[in-house]
Every structure is written in structure tokens, then in C-alpha cells.
Design a protein around this ligand. Structure first.
Ligand SMILES: *[C@@H]1O[C@H](CO)[C@@H](O)[C@H](O)[C@H]1NC(C)=O
Ligand SMILES: *[C@@H]1O[C@H](CO)[C@@H](O)[C@H](O)[C@H]1NC(C)=O
Ligand SMILES: *[C@@H]1O[C@H](CO)[C@@H](O)[C@H](O)[C@H]1NC(C)=O
Length: 326
């Protein structure tokens, strides 16, 4: 009798601890095993055992109702490439491959099969080749971070066709060309643009002036000509970094967004005067107009005299506090 009681408790516990009725989808399991294989089956993947359920025991894999929704691998010595089978994880919502210095090769074009992808984060790897030009087919993507790789070629114009996109981070690559014309009108909200440290060049399309960017970061490229399309009194711009390019426009003619916090225009060929309305910018934390061709008196008031003199230095003939008297 006692034994029977023990047995029934045993079975009750066994029943409660059975895994949920969903287990790993077999196509997706195969895709994951292919990824493991393309990295030469390293020790890091020892939990990816074909005999077990990929949804419950495989590290870096998360599922919802038996479908793989998140894949996250980072900070390790994985040698290899992203295989085409990544495109078989059809329910994937976030793909997170970061700080993998030996992850090489291209982004497979099959990536655009991942129609549910919300976040594509391939930061700090050693990926190369172009950003797939059809990446705009990822209609649910909100967050794109391809920074710190070796990507070459243009910024795909199709990025303007993604209704949910909030942020484009492609800093620290070797991208060429200018900003695509199509960025003059985004089908969704206007995303933040992080394009610094590339080999981008040429003029920026005038059509971008219609956009109300929150943050634009273009530092350390070779952009030329007009940069005034990013300014506007009624815009909600918080950060604007045009530094270390070859922009050449008249700063006297621009109007500043009232809420701007970071404004770095240094190391360009910007001419004209510092507009008097700069003293009305009450939230300014970073300000730098050094190494340009500005002239005239630094307006007195607001926060302008609270900045160090070097943020005004190396211009054609700027004068007045904190520089020398005019
Ligand atoms: C990145 O890839 C390049 C070749 O494309 C190679 O020369 C370099 O050593 C790689 N960097 C690392 C950290 O593996
Ligand atoms: C900015 O907004 C104000 C108030 O809504 C409006 O009067 C003004 O014309 C706008 N300025 C520009 C340059 O659009
Ligand atoms: C401009 O000055 C600011 C404030 O000191 C500084 O943080 C920033 O790095 C400078 N910009 C460049 C491009 O050197």
C-alpha cells in the first residue's frame, strides 16, 4: 500500500515535469544543426545535441510554441560563416550574433525569408560583402545594427521601405556612395541614422530636408556640399553629428531645432556666422564648430560662453568670448 502511494507520487511528479507538448520543429532543428556544422561543431555548441529538444536545452535558442523565435550567440571564438539555412528559421524574431571576430563571409540573401524578424543585430563581427539590397523585404524589422564589420558597397535604398524601422546602425564599416535618394521619404517613421566611420561620399540628397530626424550621425566620412537639410527650427532633432566631413554651406542661413542636445559640426568647410538664435538653445550639452571657415562675433548669451574655447577654434575669423575680442 505504501509502495503504491510512493509510486503514484512518483508518477505525479513525472507527469508534472514532462516538457510542454510543443517540441522543436524538425526543419528548424536541421537549420540549427547546419549552423552548428558551419562553425565546425565547436564545444560552445555541446548543448545542441540532435537527440534533445532544441527548444528546451539548446543554449542561445528560444522558442514560442515549438518555433524558434530568438537566436543569440556572442563573445566567442566561433570560426565560420552564416549558412543559407538561417532562412529556414521562419518564425525568428531576433537574430543576435555579436562580438564574434571570426564570423566571416556575407549576410546570406536567404535572410529576407525571415518575415517576422524584429531585430537584426550583427554587431562587432568580421562580416563582409554588401548589405543585401533586398533587405527592405523585412517588413517587421524595427532595429538594424550591422556596425563594426567590413561591409562594402552602398547603403541599400530599400531600407526606406520598412514600415517599422526605428534605427539604422551601420557605423564602422567600409560602405561607399552617398545616402540613397529614397531616404527622402520613409514609408514608416523617420529612423535614427548612425552612419559614422564609413567611406561614404558625395552630396546628400536635398529631399532629406522633409524628414524630421531625431538623431543623425555622419562623422568620419567624405560627404561634400550642403548639410543644411538636417536643420530646421521645428524639427525634433536631439543629436546632429556632421563632424569630419567636407560639408560646405552657410551656417548663417540655418535654423536650429529647439531641443537639440548634441551639435557637432567640427572639421568641415562650413562658412558664414554663428546665428544669434544659438543662445536660445537651452538644452545644448555638446557643441563643436571648430575647424571650419566661420567668421564674425560669437553671439553672447545662453550657454555659448560656457563651452571651452577650442570648440570655436580654427575658424577663419571667429572672435569674442571665449575667443579673443573682436
Ligand atoms: C577579419 O577578416 C579579414 C579578412 O577579410 C582578416 O584579414 C582579419 O584578420 C579578420 N579579423 C579577425 C579579428 O579575425
Ligand atoms: C514653426 O512652427 C511655428 C509654430 O507652429 C510656425 O509659426 C512656423 O511657421 C514654423 N516654422 C517653420 C520654419 O516651419
Ligand atoms: C568636439 O568637441 C566636443 C566637446 O569637447 C568633443 O566631445 C568632440 O569629440 C569634438 N568633436 C570632434 C569631431 O573632435
Amino acid at each position: 500500500m505504501k509502495l503504491l502511494l510512493h509510486l503514484s507520487i512518483f508518477f505525479a511528479i513525472l507527469f508534472i515535469s514532462l516538457p510542454s507538448s510543443y517540441s522543436c520543429n524538425s526543419v528548424e532543428k536541421n537549420a540549427l544543426l547546419q549552423i552548428k556544422k558551419s562553425f565546425n561543431n565547436p564545444r560552445k555548441f555541446s548543448s545542441w545535441n540532435p537527440q534533445t529538444d532544441c527548444c528546451t536545452t539548446w543554449s542561445g535558442v528560444k522558442c514560442t510554441n515549438g518555433r524558434v523565435t530568438d537566436l543569440s550567440l556572442f563573445s566567442s571564438k566561433l570560426y565560420g560563416q552564416i549558412p543559407d539555412q538561417i532562412g529556414d528559421l521562419l518564425e525568428l524574431r531576433s537574430l543576435f550574433l555579436t562580438y564574434l571576430p571570426h564570423l566571416t563571409g556575407n549576410i546570406p540573401r536567404t535572410i529576407t525569408k525571415l518575415k517576422n524578424l524584429d531585430s537584426l543585430i550583427l554587431r562587432h563581427n568580421n562580416l563582409s560583402g554588401p548589405i543585401p539590397d533586398n533587405i527592405g523585404e523585412l517588413k517587421k524589422l524595427r532595429f538594424l545594427d550591422l556596425s563594426y564589420n567590413q561591409f562594402t558597397g552602398p547603403i541599400p535604398g530599400s531600407l526606406s521601405q520598412m514600415p517599422m524601422l526605428e534605427t539604422i546602425i551601420v557605423e564602422h564599416n567600409k560602405l561607399t556612395g552617398s545616402i540613397p535618394n529614397s531616404f527622402g521619404s520613409f514609408v514608416g517613421e523617420v529612423p535614427n541614422l548612425y552612419l559614422s566611420n564609413n567611406k561614404l561620399s558625395g552630396n546628400i540628397p536635398e529631399s532629406l530636408s522633409k524628414n524630421d530626424f531625431n538623431g543623425v550621425f555622419l562623422s568620419k566620412n567624405s560627404f561634400t556640399g550642403d548639410g543644411s537639410m538636417f536643420f530646421g527650427r521645428n524639427k525634433s532633432t536631439v543629436s546632429l553629428d556632421l563632424s569630419r566631413n567636407m560639408f560646405e554651406f552657410d551656417l548663417s542661413k540655418v535654423q536650429f531645432a529647439r531641443g537639440i542636445v548634441d551639435l557637432d559640426l567640427s572639421h568641415n568647410r562650413i562658412f558664414g556666422n554663428l546665428p544669434r538664435e544659438l543662445i536660445e538653445l537651452r538644452g545644448l550639452k555638446l557643441f563643436n564648430v571648430s575647424h571650419n571657415r566661420l567668421c564674425g562675433k560669437i553671439p553672447r548669451g545662453g550657454l555659448l560662453q560656457s563651452f571651452k574655447s577650442y570648440v570655436f577654434a580654427h575658424n577663419r575669423c571667429l572672435c569674442g568670448t571665449p575667443l579673443k575680442a573682436c
